[in-house]
Design a protein around this ligand. Structure first.
Ligand SMILES: [Zn+2]
Ligand SMILES: [Zn+2]
Length: 354
């Protein structure tokens, strides 16, 4: 009895102390929390604690600071309130929320106009993933017809994202230059950009490895060894240079897209496919939008960057001409069979065996 009374008194004192804290101090603590939260629930749970924290947690200054991880809603948890929360963040001027909600509306909710304008809003504010995503939309004419492709605009957007240090954009630009796609061909410059993308990928990988605690490092090493055994190869393009590192983590919205379509929360339209690179999650917005591997015709990619990464990561051990698979009863060794050349479906439909 005495114990319970004591507890109640101490709770009362701490609540009085909390109520006495000046508003701007609480807001600045909440800003810090919103920007560093490792998942949405870290932040949302605080909003549910009491009326005062709920009111101050929804302060525009706090919402404008919410980082990618605080906004990383899981596709299976998507709801009107999650949508409303992202909208509040967008209204508070949060650029990351503009990009996240823009991608979700464009690809998942089929609201192309509003999605594209939200992505563009983030891109104008130099949000690198938004610039790169707009580039992919331009390269494919996503949301429109084949005639809406604008390769030069795609290259220009990629170049801006690459300047901001976006590795996928740098890689894409390197491939465009190497292939003369949307830009005058310059093999040396393209190669130089690809080396640069690989160096950044390596730096990112080493950096994230060093940041982990020793136990996690050990676990990651074990997982990675298991992974390399499973796939028979190391990861991305670095293997070109004798260096294997695990794949970099994608943007949370790519994880959302993938989960949205693969878990069945959302449905792909008839005849539409997801980009085959497992870290991408972008779906086609019309039939035959993505380019497919001309060797096996079994995989499709939204971009050259996704194709190159997936080739190194996985596809080179799976790819083989159909005829060879048939002859070998599906036990073909894959070979390099022309190294996964991807072709424009629209331009070479007749060459591909469906
Ligand atoms: Zn892709
Ligand atoms: Zn293939």
């Amino acid at each position: 009895m005495l114990q319970r009374k004591k507890q109640r008194t101490s709770r009362k004192i701490s609540s009085d102390l909390f109520d006495g804290l000046p508003e701007d101090l609480v807001v600045s603590i909440l800003c810090k929390l919103a920007s560093s939260a490792s998942c949405p629930s870290d932040f949302i749970n605080v909003l549910l604690t009491c009326k005062r924290l709920n009111r101050l947690g929804l302060h525009p200054l706090v919402l404008s600071k919410a980082g990618p991880k605080a906004l990383a809603v899981k596709a299976r948890n998507w709801s009107d309130s999650a949508h409303r929360f992202l909208k509040h963040c967008v209204n508070a001027g949060n650029i990351e929320a503009c990009y996240t909600l823009g991608m979700i509306r464009f690809y998942c909710l089929q609201n192309r106009g509003s999605g594209a304008s939200l992505i563009a809003k983030a891109a104008i504010k130099t949000h690198a993933p938004a610039l790169y995503s707009l580039a992919v939309i331009q390269f494919n004419g996503s949301g429109g017809s084949k005639n809406d492709k604008d390769l030069r605009a795609g290259v220009a957007l990629c170049a801006r994202a690459a300047l901001l240090g976006h590795v996928d954009a740098l890689r894409e630009l390197g491939h465009c230059l190497q292939d003369g796609y949307g830009v005058r061909r310059n093999i040396t410059e393209g190669r130089r950009l690809l080396v640069q993308a690989n160096a950044r990928e390596l730096a990112w990988s080493l950096n994230s490895f060093v940041k982990r605690r020793p136990q996690q490092q050990h676990q990651r090493r074990v997982n990675y060894q298991h992974y390399t055994c499973m796939t028979g190869s190391g990861c991305p393009l670095l293997s070109d240079f004798g260096c294997n590192v695990p794949a970099t983590e994608g943007h949370p919205v790519n994880v959302f897209l993938k989960e949205w379509f693969e878990s069945g929360v959302g449905e792909l339209g008839q005849g539409l496919r997801l980009c085959s690179h497992k870290g991408c999650g972008r779906p086609e917005t019309r039939a035959h939008e993505f380019r497919r591997c001309s060797v096996c015709g079994m995989v499709n990619y939204c971009s050259r960057g996704c194709q190159a990464l997936d080739w190194k990561l996985r596809h080179k051990v799976e790819c083989g001409p159909m005829e060879r698979w048939m002859q070998e009863g599906g036990n073909g060794d894959g070979g390099d069979g022309g190294a996964g050349v991807v072709e424009e479906v629209g331009d070479a439909e007749n060459l591909v065996i469906e």
